[in-house]
Design a protein around this ligand. Structure first.
Ligand code: PLP
Length: 397
């Protein structure tokens, strides 16, 4: 027996693998500090949990419509109007089992074998793998650190061919934290309209922006680009609801309908109880999200400062999400105890062995000069972890 070519083509999620390794080491009694996980360390706010408990008590525990309950679709419509200035109707919204599932359904609904999907690099690990699972071909638009990892029209335009079906826009970005400006997004919007491809706008981190950055949805630049944009968002990060698995898509009716059909055969509805909780998350008070954002901001400033003090490491200050993506290539060629670092995998392994801290090698995101460090962990862990990292880096010669 052998598994399919499709399955052989896929690499498992590196970020989940690193988190699992850190968890396993901790279970063995090793004091590992995890900077690998893309998951807020905060608990889901109480009023959201209460809504789920109430749903259980009321017996709201059966199948729902495959694409989600109307009440939640309406809450998404209201959120997109309130925060993003976008007008959608209920039939333009689909609720799925996390943003990851939403994205997968978009690729399932749109891609023909061999279609190109342009993905900005460094990229979130799941974009290329999902495209491959749906028989598409990932094409990378390489952003540069010199330009703050920013995606803009001049980087994308040379890659566009008649095979280009989708451009992924992920602002704020996982892993770089780069958040695009209105001008940059407008350039991408114009290109999509002129050349006739879809924009898949992953706005999972839209509520986590810093230094006065204003998040703008690319669909907001007029009717032509609105008709070409599929917006995906998730409750995972904004409401510390990673385990609840609720994400959503908003876009043209025809695509939403196709995605709903696919979902109806794939998973049926997202969990009924989690949907009820999501309604309260989106429509209730938003102060817990604001508080989390402030705390992430404090950690961001601290971690960027600490990293830039380490020899051989430089780190840009990201405008969004909860990751930093420091360049660690200045340590390559250096050694400790007979081990010489040559790439991001060596660097991450060295930190795990020497400093007991878990980071994700940048090669997994398409850049071997970097590592990804998530600051979705407590300030105490950040301080302790940065002390350990500074000591480990300091002993490289
Ligand atoms: N999009 C990006 C860029 C992400 O980083 C993530 C999670 O890490 C997701 C989507 C999906 O998150 P979820 O499936 O938990 O909603």
């Amino acid at each position: 027996m052998s598994v399919s070519q499709r399955a052989r083509n896929i690499v498992p999620s590196a970020t989940l693998t690193i988190s699992a390794t850190a968890r396993r080491m901790r279970a063995e009694g090793i004091d590992v500090i995890g900077f690998g996980s893309g998951e807020p360390d905060f608990d889901t706010p109480d009023h959201i949990k209460e809504a789920a408990i109430q749903a259980i008590r009321e017996g709201f525990t059966k199948y729902t419509a495959s694409g989600g309950i109307d009440e939640l679709k309406d809450a998404v419509v209201a959120k997109l109007k309130r925060d993003n200035g976008l007008e959608y109707t209920r039939d333009q919204v689909l609720i799925s089992c996390g943003g990851k599932h939403s994205l997968y359904n978009v690729f399932q609904a749109l891609l023909e074998p061999g279609d190109d999907v342009i993905i900005p690099a460094p990229y979130w690990v799941s974009f290329p793998e999902q495209v491959k699972l749906c028989d598409g071909k990932p094409v990378f638009a390489q952003t540069s650190e010199r330009e703050g990892f920013r995606l803009h029209r001049a980087l994308v335009e040379p890659l566009v061919t008649p095979r280009t079906k989708i451009l992924v826009v992920n602002s704020p970005s996982n892993p770089t934290g780069a958040a695009l400006t209105r001008v940059e997004l407008q350039g991408l919007a114009e290109l999509a309209v002129q050349r006739g491809f879809w924009l898949l706008s992953d706005e999972t981190y839209d509520s986590l922006v810093y230094d006065g950055h204003q998040h703008v949805s690319v669909a907001s630049f007029g009717d032509a680009v609105y008709a070409r944009t599929i917006l995906v968002n998730s409750l995972s990060k904004a409401y510390a609801m990673t385990g609840w698995r609720i994400g959503y898509t908003a876009g043209p009716r025809e695509i939403i309908k196709a995605m709903d059909s696919i979902q109806s055969q794939e998973t049926s509805n997202p969990t009924s109880i989690a949907q009820r909780a999501a309604v309260v998350a989106l429509t209730g008070a938003q102060d817990s999200t604001h508080r989390m954002r402030e705390e992430f901001d404090r950690r961001r400033r601290s971690i960027v400062k600490r990293l830039n003090e380490m020899p051989g490491i430089s780190c840009l200050s990201p405008q969004g999400a909860f990751y930093v993506f420091p360049n660690v290539s200045g340590t390559y060629g250096k050694s400790h105890a007979g081990k010489t670092l040559t790439n991001s995998t060596d660097f991450a392994a060295y930190l795990l062995d020497e400093a007991r801290i878990a980071v994700v090698p940048g090669v997994e995101f398409g850049s071997d000069a970097h590592v990804r460090i998530s600051y979705a962990t407590s300030m105490a862990n950040i301080e302790k972890g940065m002390d350990r990292m500074a000591a480990a880096v300091g002993q490289l010669h």
